[in-house]
Design a protein around this ligand. Structure first.
Ligand SMILES: Nc1ncnc2c1ncn2[C@@H]1O[C@H](COP(=O)(O)OP(=O)(O)OP(=O)(O)O)[C@@H](O)[C@H]1O
Ligand SMILES: [Mg+2]
Length: 367
Protein backbone atom coordinates (compact mmCIF):
# COMPACT_ATOMS: atom_id res chain seq x y z
CA UNK A 1 0.00 0.00 0.00
CA UNK A 2 1.29 3.46 -0.81
CA UNK A 3 0.29 7.07 -1.42
CA UNK A 4 0.88 8.00 -5.06
CA UNK A 5 -0.22 11.65 -4.92
CA UNK A 6 -0.76 14.17 -2.16
CA UNK A 7 -2.38 17.59 -2.41
CA UNK A 8 -2.60 20.11 0.43
CA UNK A 9 -4.16 23.57 0.52
CA UNK A 10 -3.87 26.03 3.41
CA UNK A 11 -2.38 23.37 5.66
CA UNK A 12 -0.16 25.48 7.96
CA UNK A 13 2.92 26.43 5.93
CA UNK A 14 1.83 24.15 3.07
CA UNK A 15 -0.30 26.68 1.23
CA UNK A 16 -0.57 24.79 -2.03
CA UNK A 17 1.31 21.58 -2.74
CA UNK A 18 0.69 18.76 -5.19
CA UNK A 19 3.31 16.03 -5.14
CA UNK A 20 3.78 12.61 -6.65
CA UNK A 21 5.36 10.19 -4.22
CA UNK A 22 7.58 7.25 -4.93
CA UNK A 23 6.28 3.86 -3.79
CA UNK A 24 9.61 3.23 -2.01
CA UNK A 25 11.82 5.79 -0.31
CA UNK A 26 11.02 9.54 -0.25
CA UNK A 27 13.32 12.03 1.43
CA UNK A 28 12.28 15.62 2.17
CA UNK A 29 15.05 17.89 3.32
CA UNK A 30 15.37 21.55 4.21
CA UNK A 31 16.34 23.91 7.04
CA UNK A 32 14.26 24.40 10.19
CA UNK A 33 10.69 25.70 9.96
CA UNK A 34 10.09 24.90 6.27
CA UNK A 35 7.09 22.57 6.73
CA UNK A 36 8.74 19.16 7.00
CA UNK A 37 6.94 17.97 10.14
CA UNK A 38 3.77 19.56 8.80
CA UNK A 39 3.93 17.26 5.78
CA UNK A 40 4.00 14.22 8.08
CA UNK A 41 1.16 15.73 10.13
CA UNK A 42 -0.96 15.92 6.95
CA UNK A 43 -0.29 12.31 5.98
CA UNK A 44 -0.90 11.03 9.50
CA UNK A 45 -4.16 12.98 9.70
CA UNK A 46 -5.41 11.11 6.64
CA UNK A 47 -4.21 7.86 8.18
CA UNK A 48 -5.58 8.12 11.73
CA UNK A 49 -8.11 10.97 11.61
CA UNK A 50 -6.04 12.82 14.22
CA UNK A 51 -3.21 15.32 14.18
CA UNK A 52 -0.19 14.31 16.27
CA UNK A 53 0.53 17.99 16.89
CA UNK A 54 -2.83 19.42 17.97
CA UNK A 55 -6.37 18.46 18.98
CA UNK A 56 -7.68 21.71 17.49
CA UNK A 57 -8.01 21.38 13.73
CA UNK A 58 -8.54 25.14 13.42
CA UNK A 59 -4.89 25.71 14.37
CA UNK A 60 -3.83 23.84 11.24
CA UNK A 61 -5.49 26.31 8.83
CA UNK A 62 -2.87 28.65 7.33
CA UNK A 63 -3.03 31.98 9.18
CA UNK A 64 -5.63 34.38 7.74
CA UNK A 65 -7.46 31.65 5.83
CA UNK A 66 -10.70 29.90 6.70
CA UNK A 67 -10.29 26.27 5.65
CA UNK A 68 -7.74 23.59 4.82
CA UNK A 69 -8.02 20.76 2.33
CA UNK A 70 -6.11 17.52 1.78
CA UNK A 71 -6.41 14.94 -0.95
CA UNK A 72 -4.49 11.69 -1.17
CA UNK A 73 -4.50 9.05 -3.88
CA UNK A 74 -3.63 5.65 -2.57
CA UNK A 75 -2.95 2.27 -4.11
CA UNK A 76 -4.16 -0.46 -1.77
CA UNK A 77 -3.57 -3.98 -3.08
CA UNK A 78 -3.43 -2.42 -6.60
CA UNK A 79 -6.84 -0.78 -6.08
CA UNK A 80 -7.01 3.02 -6.20
CA UNK A 81 -8.53 4.80 -3.19
CA UNK A 82 -9.05 8.56 -2.99
CA UNK A 83 -9.30 10.30 0.38
CA UNK A 84 -10.39 13.90 0.81
CA UNK A 85 -10.23 15.73 4.13
CA UNK A 86 -11.46 19.30 4.43
CA UNK A 87 -12.01 21.50 7.45
CA UNK A 88 -13.49 24.99 7.75
CA UNK A 89 -16.08 26.90 9.80
CA UNK A 90 -15.92 24.19 12.52
CA UNK A 91 -17.01 21.55 10.01
CA UNK A 92 -15.11 18.54 8.72
CA UNK A 93 -15.77 16.92 5.39
CA UNK A 94 -14.14 13.54 4.91
CA UNK A 95 -14.70 11.43 1.83
CA UNK A 96 -13.36 8.07 0.73
CA UNK A 97 -13.86 7.49 -3.00
CA UNK A 98 -16.31 10.44 -2.92
CA UNK A 99 -18.45 8.80 -0.21
CA UNK A 100 -18.75 10.85 3.00
CA UNK A 101 -17.55 9.26 6.26
CA UNK A 102 -19.52 9.82 9.46
CA UNK A 103 -16.76 9.48 12.03
CA UNK A 104 -13.11 10.45 12.03
CA UNK A 105 -12.26 7.03 13.37
CA UNK A 106 -13.72 5.42 10.21
CA UNK A 107 -10.53 6.59 8.49
CA UNK A 108 -8.44 4.25 10.64
CA UNK A 109 -7.40 1.13 8.76
CA UNK A 110 -7.52 2.61 5.22
CA UNK A 111 -4.03 4.15 5.02
CA UNK A 112 -2.04 2.33 7.69
CA UNK A 113 1.00 4.20 8.93
CA UNK A 114 3.77 3.96 11.47
CA UNK A 115 5.03 7.32 12.70
CA UNK A 116 8.33 8.09 14.38
CA UNK A 117 8.87 11.52 15.95
CA UNK A 118 11.82 12.58 18.15
CA UNK A 119 9.79 12.68 21.38
CA UNK A 120 8.77 9.04 20.92
CA UNK A 121 11.14 8.11 23.75
CA UNK A 122 7.94 8.93 25.69
CA UNK A 123 6.73 5.50 24.67
CA UNK A 124 9.30 4.19 27.13
CA UNK A 125 9.42 6.94 29.75
CA UNK A 126 5.97 8.52 29.42
CA UNK A 127 2.61 8.03 31.10
CA UNK A 128 0.60 4.79 30.88
CA UNK A 129 -1.92 6.74 28.80
CA UNK A 130 0.69 7.39 26.06
CA UNK A 131 1.59 3.69 26.03
CA UNK A 132 -2.03 2.57 25.82
CA UNK A 133 -2.69 4.99 22.97
CA UNK A 134 0.35 3.63 21.13
CA UNK A 135 -0.96 0.04 21.34
CA UNK A 136 -4.54 1.10 20.60
CA UNK A 137 -3.68 2.97 17.39
CA UNK A 138 -1.78 0.04 15.94
CA UNK A 139 -4.39 -2.54 16.94
CA UNK A 140 -7.17 -0.34 15.59
CA UNK A 141 -5.37 -0.07 12.25
CA UNK A 142 -4.93 -3.82 12.19
CA UNK A 143 -8.42 -4.86 13.31
CA UNK A 144 -11.62 -2.88 12.98
CA UNK A 145 -13.18 -5.18 15.58
CA UNK A 146 -10.63 -4.01 18.16
CA UNK A 147 -11.56 -0.38 17.58
CA UNK A 148 -15.27 -1.23 17.97
CA UNK A 149 -14.60 -3.13 21.21
CA UNK A 150 -12.49 -0.27 22.53
CA UNK A 151 -15.20 2.29 21.79
CA UNK A 152 -17.78 0.01 23.47
CA UNK A 153 -15.53 -0.44 26.53
CA UNK A 154 -15.02 3.32 26.92
CA UNK A 155 -18.75 3.93 26.70
CA UNK A 156 -19.51 1.25 29.30
CA UNK A 157 -16.76 2.63 31.57
CA UNK A 158 -18.24 6.13 31.36
CA UNK A 159 -21.74 4.88 32.17
CA UNK A 160 -20.52 2.67 35.00
CA UNK A 161 -18.52 5.52 36.52
CA UNK A 162 -21.54 7.83 36.31
CA UNK A 163 -23.59 5.21 38.15
CA UNK A 164 -20.90 4.75 40.82
CA UNK A 165 -21.09 8.47 41.59
CA UNK A 166 -24.75 8.07 42.44
CA UNK A 167 -24.94 6.67 45.99
CA UNK A 168 -28.41 5.14 45.55
CA UNK A 169 -27.78 3.39 42.30
CA UNK A 170 -29.89 0.53 41.02
CA UNK A 171 -28.04 -2.74 41.72
CA UNK A 172 -29.34 -4.48 38.59
CA UNK A 173 -28.17 -1.64 36.45
CA UNK A 174 -24.71 -1.84 38.04
CA UNK A 175 -24.65 -5.59 37.44
CA UNK A 176 -25.41 -5.05 33.75
CA UNK A 177 -22.61 -2.49 33.33
CA UNK A 178 -20.17 -4.71 35.22
CA UNK A 179 -20.91 -7.67 32.92
CA UNK A 180 -20.45 -5.47 29.84
CA UNK A 181 -17.19 -4.09 31.25
CA UNK A 182 -15.94 -7.64 31.85
CA UNK A 183 -16.93 -8.71 28.34
CA UNK A 184 -15.27 -5.87 26.40
CA UNK A 185 -12.40 -5.49 28.86
CA UNK A 186 -11.45 -9.16 28.46
CA UNK A 187 -11.46 -8.89 24.65
CA UNK A 188 -9.20 -5.83 24.83
CA UNK A 189 -6.76 -7.43 27.26
CA UNK A 190 -6.54 -10.59 25.10
CA UNK A 191 -5.69 -8.56 21.99
CA UNK A 192 -3.20 -6.31 23.76
CA UNK A 193 -1.47 -9.31 25.32
CA UNK A 194 -1.05 -11.02 21.93
CA UNK A 195 0.06 -7.82 20.25
CA UNK A 196 2.64 -6.90 22.91
CA UNK A 197 4.05 -10.42 22.77
CA UNK A 198 4.60 -10.14 18.97
CA UNK A 199 5.90 -6.61 19.31
CA UNK A 200 8.37 -7.80 21.92
CA UNK A 201 9.65 -10.59 19.68
CA UNK A 202 10.22 -8.32 16.65
CA UNK A 203 11.47 -5.28 18.60
CA UNK A 204 13.99 -7.42 20.47
CA UNK A 205 15.44 -8.59 17.15
CA UNK A 206 15.66 -5.01 15.86
CA UNK A 207 17.25 -3.66 19.03
CA UNK A 208 19.77 -6.45 19.00
CA UNK A 209 20.86 -5.46 15.45
CA UNK A 210 20.80 -1.69 16.16
CA UNK A 211 23.07 -2.20 19.18
CA UNK A 212 25.47 -4.62 17.48
CA UNK A 213 24.21 -7.60 19.51
CA UNK A 214 24.84 -5.83 22.81
CA UNK A 215 21.28 -5.19 23.98
CA UNK A 216 18.12 -7.19 24.35
CA UNK A 217 14.65 -5.84 24.99
CA UNK A 218 11.85 -7.11 27.18
CA UNK A 219 8.42 -5.51 27.17
CA UNK A 220 6.27 -6.23 30.17
CA UNK A 221 2.52 -5.85 29.65
CA UNK A 222 1.04 -4.75 32.98
CA UNK A 223 -2.67 -5.38 33.23
CA UNK A 224 -5.09 -6.93 35.75
CA UNK A 225 -3.45 -9.66 37.91
CA UNK A 226 -2.44 -13.06 36.55
CA UNK A 227 -3.25 -13.55 32.86
CA UNK A 228 -0.92 -16.40 31.95
CA UNK A 229 -3.68 -18.16 30.00
CA UNK A 230 -6.44 -16.42 28.04
CA UNK A 231 -9.03 -18.61 29.76
CA UNK A 232 -8.04 -17.09 33.08
CA UNK A 233 -8.52 -13.44 32.14
CA UNK A 234 -12.27 -12.97 32.59
CA UNK A 235 -12.31 -14.94 35.82
CA UNK A 236 -9.40 -13.02 37.28
CA UNK A 237 -10.96 -9.73 36.14
CA UNK A 238 -14.27 -10.65 37.84
CA UNK A 239 -12.57 -11.60 41.14
CA UNK A 240 -10.63 -8.31 41.20
CA UNK A 241 -13.77 -6.30 40.40
CA UNK A 242 -15.55 -7.95 43.34
CA UNK A 243 -12.60 -7.30 45.64
CA UNK A 244 -12.40 -3.60 44.78
CA UNK A 245 -16.12 -2.88 44.64
CA UNK A 246 -16.26 -1.27 48.08
CA UNK A 247 -13.41 1.09 47.27
CA UNK A 248 -15.00 1.92 43.92
CA UNK A 249 -18.19 2.92 45.65
CA UNK A 250 -16.27 5.24 47.94
CA UNK A 251 -14.19 6.79 45.16
CA UNK A 252 -16.88 6.87 42.49
CA UNK A 253 -14.95 5.35 39.61
CA UNK A 254 -13.89 1.95 38.23
CA UNK A 255 -10.52 0.86 39.61
CA UNK A 256 -9.79 -2.29 37.64
CA UNK A 257 -9.63 -2.82 33.88
CA UNK A 258 -7.62 -2.24 30.72
CA UNK A 259 -8.07 1.54 31.13
CA UNK A 260 -5.29 1.16 33.74
CA UNK A 261 -2.90 -0.91 31.56
CA UNK A 262 0.76 0.00 31.29
CA UNK A 263 3.93 -1.12 29.51
CA UNK A 264 7.38 -1.42 31.08
CA UNK A 265 10.59 -1.77 29.07
CA UNK A 266 13.80 -3.52 30.07
CA UNK A 267 17.18 -3.40 28.30
CA UNK A 268 19.34 -6.35 29.38
CA UNK A 269 16.91 -6.79 32.29
CA UNK A 270 17.41 -3.22 33.54
CA UNK A 271 14.42 -0.87 33.73
CA UNK A 272 14.84 1.39 30.68
CA UNK A 273 12.63 4.18 31.99
CA UNK A 274 14.98 4.71 34.92
CA UNK A 275 18.39 3.79 33.56
CA UNK A 276 18.59 3.88 29.74
CA UNK A 277 20.62 6.59 27.98
CA UNK A 278 19.01 8.95 25.44
CA UNK A 279 20.47 6.99 22.52
CA UNK A 280 19.21 3.73 24.03
CA UNK A 281 15.73 5.18 24.56
CA UNK A 282 15.70 6.38 20.97
CA UNK A 283 16.89 2.96 19.79
CA UNK A 284 14.04 1.24 21.66
CA UNK A 285 11.44 3.54 20.15
CA UNK A 286 12.82 2.99 16.63
CA UNK A 287 12.93 -0.79 17.17
CA UNK A 288 9.29 -0.59 18.32
CA UNK A 289 8.29 1.22 15.13
CA UNK A 290 9.86 -1.37 12.82
CA UNK A 291 8.28 -4.09 14.98
CA UNK A 292 4.90 -2.36 14.72
CA UNK A 293 5.21 -2.45 10.90
CA UNK A 294 6.02 -6.18 10.99
CA UNK A 295 3.02 -6.76 13.24
CA UNK A 296 0.75 -4.92 10.81
CA UNK A 297 2.19 -6.85 7.87
CA UNK A 298 1.45 -10.08 9.71
CA UNK A 299 -2.16 -9.11 10.35
CA UNK A 300 -3.03 -7.35 7.08
CA UNK A 301 -0.67 -8.84 4.53
CA UNK A 302 1.04 -5.58 3.55
CA UNK A 303 3.38 -3.05 5.12
CA UNK A 304 2.11 0.28 6.46
CA UNK A 305 3.60 3.59 5.39
CA UNK A 306 6.66 4.67 7.34
CA UNK A 307 6.76 8.31 8.45
CA UNK A 308 10.06 9.31 10.02
CA UNK A 309 10.83 12.71 11.49
CA UNK A 310 14.42 13.46 12.44
CA UNK A 311 15.22 9.79 12.96
CA UNK A 312 18.98 10.05 13.51
CA UNK A 313 19.69 12.76 16.08
CA UNK A 314 21.39 11.44 19.24
CA UNK A 315 22.45 8.16 17.60
CA UNK A 316 26.04 7.12 16.89
CA UNK A 317 27.22 6.31 13.36
CA UNK A 318 26.99 2.52 13.74
CA UNK A 319 23.44 2.68 15.05
CA UNK A 320 22.42 4.96 12.16
CA UNK A 321 23.79 2.52 9.55
CA UNK A 322 22.17 -0.44 11.27
CA UNK A 323 18.80 1.31 11.21
CA UNK A 324 19.13 2.25 7.53
CA UNK A 325 19.58 -1.43 6.72
CA UNK A 326 16.00 -2.12 7.96
CA UNK A 327 14.30 0.04 5.36
CA UNK A 328 12.61 -2.18 2.80
CA UNK A 329 11.97 -1.36 -0.84
CA UNK A 330 8.43 -2.71 -0.80
CA UNK A 331 7.49 -0.33 2.00
CA UNK A 332 6.72 3.31 1.30
CA UNK A 333 8.99 5.39 3.52
CA UNK A 334 8.78 9.13 4.00
CA UNK A 335 11.73 10.63 5.80
CA UNK A 336 12.02 14.30 6.71
CA UNK A 337 15.35 15.66 7.81
CA UNK A 338 17.48 18.80 7.85
CA UNK A 339 20.34 16.79 6.38
CA UNK A 340 19.98 14.26 3.59
CA UNK A 341 23.57 13.16 2.96
CA UNK A 342 23.27 9.89 4.81
CA UNK A 343 20.06 8.95 3.01
CA UNK A 344 21.50 9.84 -0.39
CA UNK A 345 24.18 7.16 -0.13
CA UNK A 346 21.31 4.79 0.65
CA UNK A 347 19.45 6.00 -2.44
CA UNK A 348 22.13 4.53 -4.71
CA UNK A 349 20.96 1.13 -3.57
CA UNK A 350 17.25 1.76 -3.42
CA UNK A 351 14.61 3.40 -5.56
CA UNK A 352 14.45 6.87 -4.01
CA UNK A 353 13.01 10.36 -4.54
CA UNK A 354 14.64 13.38 -2.95
CA UNK A 355 12.62 16.55 -2.43
CA UNK A 356 13.73 19.93 -1.18
CA UNK A 357 11.45 21.95 1.10
CA UNK A 358 11.58 25.71 1.34
CA UNK A 359 8.98 27.87 3.04
CA UNK A 360 6.23 25.29 2.51
CA UNK A 361 7.09 24.71 -1.16
CA UNK A 362 8.35 21.37 -2.39
CA UNK A 363 10.58 20.74 -5.39
CA UNK A 364 11.88 17.45 -6.72
CA UNK A 365 15.65 17.44 -6.24
CA UNK A 366 16.49 14.12 -7.85
CA UNK A 367 15.19 10.67 -8.51
N1 LIG B 1 -1.50 27.61 10.99
C1 LIG B 1 -0.31 28.00 10.51
N2 LIG B 1 -0.25 28.88 9.48
C2 LIG B 1 0.92 29.28 8.98
N3 LIG B 1 2.12 28.85 9.43
C3 LIG B 1 2.12 27.98 10.45
C4 LIG B 1 0.91 27.50 11.03
N4 LIG B 1 1.23 26.63 12.01
C5 LIG B 1 2.57 26.58 12.05
N5 LIG B 1 3.12 27.38 11.12
C6 LIG B 1 4.55 27.62 10.86
O1 LIG B 1 5.15 26.42 10.39
C7 LIG B 1 6.50 26.39 10.82
C8 LIG B 1 6.82 25.02 11.39
O2 LIG B 1 6.75 24.06 10.40
P1 LIG B 1 7.32 22.61 10.66
O3 LIG B 1 7.17 22.24 12.08
O4 LIG B 1 6.71 21.74 9.64
O5 LIG B 1 8.86 22.87 10.35
P2 LIG B 1 10.04 21.82 10.11
O6 LIG B 1 10.50 22.00 8.70
O7 LIG B 1 9.64 20.48 10.54
O8 LIG B 1 11.17 22.43 11.06
P3 LIG B 1 12.25 21.71 12.05
O9 LIG B 1 13.39 21.29 11.16
O10 LIG B 1 12.63 22.82 12.95
O11 LIG B 1 11.59 20.59 12.75
C9 LIG B 1 6.65 27.42 11.93
O12 LIG B 1 7.55 28.39 11.52
C10 LIG B 1 5.27 27.94 12.14
O13 LIG B 1 5.27 29.33 12.37
MG1 LIG C 1 10.16 19.37 12.24
Amino acid sequence: MHISELKAKNFRLLKDIDIELNSGMNIFFGPNAQGKTTLLEAIRLISTGRSFITNTLKEIITFENDHFFLKANILQNYLPVEIKFGFGESKKIIQVNSKPLKNLSDLIGIVDSVLFVPDDFNLVTGSPEIKRRYIDIQLSQAKNEYLENLKAYNKVLKNRNALLKNRNYNKNEMQTWTEELLKYGTLIIMERKKSVSNLNKFANEYLSIISGNKENLKIDYKTIGDIETDANIKNQFRILMEKTHQSEQKLGFTLIGPHKDNLEFYINNINAKKFASRGQLKSISIALKFAEADNLKLLKGYYPLFLFDDIFSELDETRKDNILSFIKEEQQTIIVSTNHNRFVSQSNKKDCCIFEMSNGKISLNSR
